[in-house]
Every structure is written in C-alpha cells, then in structure tokens.
Design a protein around this ligand. Structure first.
Ligand code: FE2
Ligand code: FE2
Length: 400
C-alpha cells in the first residue's frame, strides 16, 4: 500500500527542494507537502519564514501537480457549479425522473425498468457534463449544491455524486470510458434506495431493523442493473460496492482492508469518497452540514493508519481526491507544534502534546476543558490518530 502510494505520487507530482526555493518566489501551482496538504496556494509568495518553518519541521520537499496549473485569478472566478445551471437542471430533472419512476414501479419487475432509452438519456447528459468540465478546466469548483427540502435528497445527492465523480475522473486523467462510468455510477449508486419507504429515508434516528433495510440499498440497486446490457461492469460495481469500508464495517460484504486494497477497483474506492464528501457537505436527515474544509478534515481522520480502530478510506485515494479537485484544507493549520492550544471540533480545548510524523493532523493532545469549557479535574489524553470522531477545528494559541 505504501509503495503504491509512493509510485502514484512520483508519477504525477513534481518535487521542489525547499532549500533551493528563493524566498519571494511564486508558483502557478498549489504547493503541497508529502501528504497532499496544500501548504502554499498558487500565486502566494513563498516567504523566508515559511522556508525556515518547514525546514525546522524536517520537511525537505514540496510537491505540485503539473496538471493542475492555476490561472492567476482563478480564485476570484471560482464558481458554485461545475456545469452550467441549465445543464445541472437537466441532470437533476433526469435523476428525479429515474428515481420517481423506479419508486413507483419497483414492485413490478425491477430488473426490466431501466430501458435502453433511459440509460442513453443519462449517458448523453454525463457526456455533456464532461464536455463542459473540459471547457472550463482552469476553474476551481465548488461542486455541491444545497437542498431545499429533504424530499429532494436522493436525486440531488445522486446528481452531486455523479458530477463530482465525473470531475474527479477527468482531473485524474482517467480514460473517457472511465470518466463516463464514474459519472453514471454516481448517478445510479443509490437507486436501491427507491425500494426503501420514504419515511425511513428521511428519519433522523433509525431502529436496528430500519437501518438493516437501508443497508440493503447497494444490493437492491445491483439487482436492478445486474443484467442490464446497457451498463458496464465498473458502473455496476460502483452501485454494489460504494459502502465497503477499509475497517470491514462497510456493507453489504464487509470486505477487509486487504480485499479493498487489492480487489476493489480504485475508481470504486474514489466514488465512495465522493459519496461521503457529498453527503457531509449537504443537508441530510441525519447529522449536521459541514463546510468543505470541515468535511475534508473529518475525512482525513477517517483514513487508514496502523493501530487505528475505525477507518474508512485508503490514504492514497483520499489524497488523490484532495489533490485532483484542488481542494485546500486551508491556511497553515497543519503547522501544529507541541504546546499549541487547540479547540477540538466537539468544543473541548486541548494542548498538543506529541506530533505524529506521518499524520500531522492527528497529534496526541491533553484535554484541559470539556465541551462546556469547564476545566477537567484529571488529565485526559486523546490520541487523535485513534479517535476519528473529533479533530482539531482551530488553533487558539500558538506555542511561541
Ligand atoms: Fe449509498
Ligand atoms: Fe450515496
């Protein structure tokens, strides 16, 4: 796995020796550390103090992706939508039609419902999405749209995942066929939910029984398309495998880390990341809406690391996702040092005790207050590598 990751990086990224960068230099690329975290955004000045800081942290190289050149004012023209409003509207309308139709007719004979003309119409739309993406390749996207009501969740979420998947495939320079498959897979990944009663889907708290029903959706979705000659293998795999997780707590199969690393196509694993990201930053029946940076941070804490009990994704996949989409986890908050006073996402205040070299966002901290800012009577240490439920939300005070 580690080797894989290295190769992957060496193929696509160019490295810069920090000692050789002249202070004052600006690059047309976001500069990242070896973990894919953006250290310096494009066209920002590389300062002497940043250089000194990085070297003092034993960071020798920064990396950039030559495929992700920024235009100078890209940030200003950042747009809310990956594709035009008009096309987006059409994709949503198409998704709604498919979902409504399946929901109404599910009981008849599910495997006959997705006719050639329905699949073709979806493919045509994804094609147009890909065309628009390639026409606007220098722009920075915020690919997510907000919901107006929870009733819209399924088809808006599917539209989001579809466009995000297509964009990711395009940015990673996958073949045209795979770009299409990730767009189509995203659109259809949750069709199995059309067999689940709406009141269950919009409920905040589910009973075990209800949760089991929801968990059936990848399998039910797969049954709908399994023998459909107009969809390909990768598209079908996205439908059935998008909830597998590296800690074996996924479903329907609960595959383990090895299996996921070796047997699951990378494209499928990347689609799971698109799915989770898209869900976290949207309004959902359950859970809060996260900002893009919060969602990335939370997901960064869900990557696999040795000795960690709960983990969902492979680190190289998640880094590809961040790099390819040019998402930035923002402003130097990575530069933690022992002694820094930090606020955890759940409201607790803590002091950084020990950094983790491999996972710079997951140091060991000592809690000093609880969520309500009440001082703690005894010392509590938390290893943020092992506990992914919380993460450092911001740095309150730097250790001078
Ligand atoms: Fe799903
Ligand atoms: Fe989903």
């Amino acid at each position: 796995m580690v080797h894989d990751e290295k190769n992957n990086r060496d193929q696509t990224l160019v490295h810069l020796d920090i000692r050789l960068i002249k202070p004052g230099a600006q690059y047309a690329y976001d500069l990242m550390d070896e973990y894919g975290n953006v250290i310096l955004e494009a066209y920002r000045e590389f300062t002497a103090s940043l250089q000194k800081h990085l070297l003092s942290e034993n960071v020798r190289y920064l990396y950039y992706n030559p495929a992700l050149k920024r235009t100078k004012d890209a940030k200003q023209v950042a747009i809310d939508h990956v594709v035009s409003q008009k096309l987006q509207g059409e994709v949503i309308e198409n998704a709604k039609e498919i979902f409504d139709f399946l929901r109404e007719n599910y009981k008849s004979s599910p495997s006959q419902l997705l006719t050639k003309s329905k699949i073709d119409a979806s493919r045509k739309l994804i094609n147009r999405v890909l065309e628009e993406i390639s026409d606007r390749k220098d722009e920075i996207f915020n690919p997510l749209m907000k919901l107006k009501s929870l009733d819209e969740y399924d088809y808006l979420h599917s539209t989001n995942v579809s466009i995000l998947g297509a964009l990711l495939a395009y940015k990673l320079e996958f073949s045209k066929e795979v770009q299409m498959a990730m767009g189509m897979g995203g659109l259809f990944h949750d069709i199995g939910k059309t067999s689940v009663a709406k009141d269950i889907l919009t409920k905040a708290k589910l009973s075990d029984e209800e949760f089991d029903i929801v968990k059936g959706h990848p399998h039910v979705g797969y049954k709908i398309i399994e023998n459909n000659p107009y969809m390909n293998e990768l598209e079908k795999q996205i439908v059935i495998l998008h909830h597998e997780r590296t800690d074996s707590n996924g479903y329907p199969f609960g595959f383990d880390l090895d299996h996921i690393q070796q047997k699951l196509p990378r494209e499928v694993r990347l689609m799971s990341i698109c799915d989770v990201y898209s869900a976290l930053v949207s309004e959902r029946p359950y859970g809060k809406v996260y900002s893009s940076a919060e969602a990335l941070r939370l997901m960064l804490n869900m990557i696999y690391a040795p000795f960690k009990a709960i983990h969902h994704f492979l680190p190289p996949d998640f880094r590809d996702f961040i790099r390819a989409l040019g998402l930035s986890l923002n402003e130097g908050s990575f530069f933690l040092k022992p002694g820094d006073l930090v606020r955890l996402e759940n409201g607790e205040i803590a002091i950084v005790e020990e950094m983790n070299r491999l996972y710079p966002l997951n140091p060991r901290v000592r809690l000093i207050t609880d969520k309500d800012k009440q001082p703690l009577k005894r010392q509590v240490q938390v290893d943020l590598l092992k506990d992914y439920r919380t993460y450092i939300a911001n740095v309150l005070e730097r250790n001078p």
